[in-house]
Ligand binder design. Sequence first.
Ligand SMILES: *Cc1c(COP(=O)(O)O)cnc(C)c1O
Length: 398
Amino acid sequence: MTTTLDTTRFGAFGGTFAPETLMAPLFELEREWKRWTADADFRAELASLLQHFAGRPTALTHARRLSRELGLELWLKREDLLHTGAHKLNNTLGQCLLAQRMGKSRVVAETGAGQHGVATATACALLGLDCVVYMGAVDAARQRMNLLRMELLGARVRVVEHGQRTLKDAINEAMRAWVGDPTETHYALGSALGPHPFPSIVAGFQQVIGEEARKDFLARTGRLPDAVVACVGGGSNAIGIFRAFVPDASVALVGVEAGGEGVGKGQQHAARFAGGEPGVLHGCYTYLLQDDDGQIRPTHSISAGLDYPAVGPEHAMLHDEKRARYSWATDAEALRGFEALAKGEGILCALESAHAVGWVLREREALSGQHVLVNLSGRGDKDLETIASLRGPEREGA
Ligand SMILES: *Cc1c(COP(=O)(O)O)cnc(C)c1O
């Protein structure tokens, strides 16, 4: 009997559920990605860009005041310090360099919070590639500054006015643009999801986060963390830090999804593991939020980056294997996480990352005395308008 390893899947999840027109570009991408990521010059150039342009390695910070207050040892992997303010650039530098090696002149991308659009526009400007970013109208309205950033970096932004007008609709449009001109165009997908080979490509470019964090944590403390915690939108920052720790059975891996208003019946959220079940979206079999008729359910999160109805397939596998556990933090808990880090440690983090911090605050008794490593996926500058609008009445009353 022979067993073949199906590299297009993560256990039962992942795969390529794509229309015929997408298959040829996906096969080409898989072939070229394998070729170039094995190439010593490609790897050296990417490593050099990550160090000298993006600012890797990022810091590992011991959150001293919060640790004392919470009765645990809290450590932060500082992806908020990466150029453009989030982990996204690890992936876009990798994919845009790949596009250049593949001889493509144009890169298309989708964006939710705007962070992936900014990171793609940045990598394209650096490498001299034409850049088109698709962004839902709702996201464009709540992230106006990122829209401006993309345009200043030379990208063309196409605002998507149909569907729920958020990330899901932007992905559809970007895929359509790719299929329309696959010879000249590369599609730089922004998270560890979509049809194979995207989940593997993105996780591969993000795993530098965990490699650095594991090495630094060992060097600083002489031990491994008890728990590694990361927020999960599509899942790229989480898988980026998790992968290095998967073989360490003593390390608990915790993914924190957007609990929105709460995960009860009738409440809106984006907690795919708490409230969803397996199905197919954007070419990939994974956990997603759908109604009884198989229609994608509307999602809600205070953070645009976590506001997506499906989760990356590698997380679905880690969940079903029980190697990682997935929880959620509500909008209110994320805001508490944001405030704790701001006043306690001098860091304004992204509202996405604040979900991981909010989860630690909620679970502090269970985590008592433990070494907890949180992946701080991004900085909060882009969220200040959102936070200001929530604080308005409170300040008037003060
Ligand atoms: C995009 C984004 C996320 C969510 O995406 P993942 O692929 O789940 O990492 C989280 N944090 C920040 C700061 C982001 O910009």
